[in-house]
Design a protein around this ligand. Sequence first.
Ligand code: ADP
Length: 380
Amino acid sequence: MKTQKLQILLVEDGSSDVEAVCRAFRPYSENTNISIALNIFEAKAYLAESNPDIVITDLFLPDGSGMELLATEKNDPGYPMIVMSGMGDEEKAVEVMKRGAFDYLVKSKKSLAFIPTIVRMVLREWETLQEKKQAEIEMIKAKEKADRASQAKSEFLARVSHELRTPMNSILGFGQVLNMNKENNLTENQKDNVKYILKAGSHLLTLINDLLDVSQIESGKITMVPENVNIMSLLDDLIILLMPLTNEKNIKITNQLSDDSEGIAWADLGRLKQVLLNLIGNAIKYNQVDGSIVLECEKPSEGRICIKVKDTGEGISKENINDIFQPFHRLEGKSAFVEGTGIGLNIAKGFVESMDGTIKVDSVLGEGSCFTIDLPIGKA
Ligand code: ADP
C-alpha cells in the first residue's frame, strides 16, 4: 500500500544549506517531498495553498524573520516548525522555543546531516501534543453538553414545580373550605374523603416545593439572606413544632446548648430552619420507640459554630453513608417503610453549602447517627 509522502517546506535562501538538507533527506526520497521557499513571501504563498507536515525555516531571511511563520495566539498554523540559524545564541534559542517553535538548530554540516532524525522526533512530539489537544477539546465539549443538559433539566424542574404550585394551592384551599363544612351537609364518608384529599394534597405540595428547591440549588440560583440566628431559640421552636411526632414514638429530645450568648450562627433563618427540621424530623422518623435525641451546639474552631443532631435510631452502614446525600436515595431495610422521598438531605446539603457551611454524618449501625452542620459564627 502506498502511503502519503511527508510534505516538508524548507524556507532557506542559502543554496549550500538547501543542498545539505536535501542531501540528508535523499535516502528517504521515496516518502519525503521537500518544497523550497527562498523567502517569507514565497513561504506564505506556498502555505496559503498547501498544508505541509512540517516547516524548517532559517531564522534570518532576506525579507524578514522566519519567526513570522510561527504560531500566534490567534493563529495555530497546523504544523510544527524547526528554526535554523547560523548563530549558537542561547537567548535566541529560548525566545524561538518560547514563541512556539519545536526545535532550534544551529546550522553546521553535522547538524544538517542529522536533520531527518530531528524531523522524526519533532513529528512524534507534535502528534502527541495534537492528540492531547484533541482530547482536551472533546472533554470541554462533553462538559459543555452535560452542563447544558443539566441547566435545561433544572429550568424544566423549576418551571414545572412553579406551575404546579398554583393549582395545588387552590385544590388545598377548596379542600379546607369543604373540610370546615360550614353548612354541615357532608356525610361522614365524605368528610373522611376530604381529609384524604387534604393529606395527599399537602404531601404533593411538599414534594413540589422540594423539587423547586432542588432545581434552584442545581442551577445555582438559590439566594441566601444571612443574619445572626440564635441557635438555642431556633432549636427550642423546632422541639415544640415537632412535639406531636416525638410524642407519637415517646422520644425524648434534649437541647444541650447551655450558653445561648455563644450560640449565634451567620445563616439564612428560613433555610436553616428547613435543614434542622429535616435532620430532627429524620432523627425522629428513623428512631426507635422510646428512643432519644440530643441536640448540641459547639464552637469547633475560630469563627465557626456547629450544630449536632444525635439519635438512637438504627444507624447507617459505612457502605451507605456517602449515598444518603444523593437526591432520591433511600436506604433499604426498616427505613424503607418510613414515609419519605429521599430528597431532604440533598436539599439540606445544598442549603448548608450555600450558607458557606458543611454537613456530615457519623453513624454506628444499630446504635444511632450524628448529623453535624458547621456554619460561620454570627457577626458582632
Ligand atoms: P427521606 O427521609 O424523605 O427518605 P432524606 O433525604 O431526609 O429523605 O434521607 C435519605 C435517607 O437517608 C432516608 O431515606 C434514610 O434511609 C436515611 N436516613 C436519613 N436520616 C437518617 C437517620 N437519622 N437515621 C437513619 N437513616 C437515616
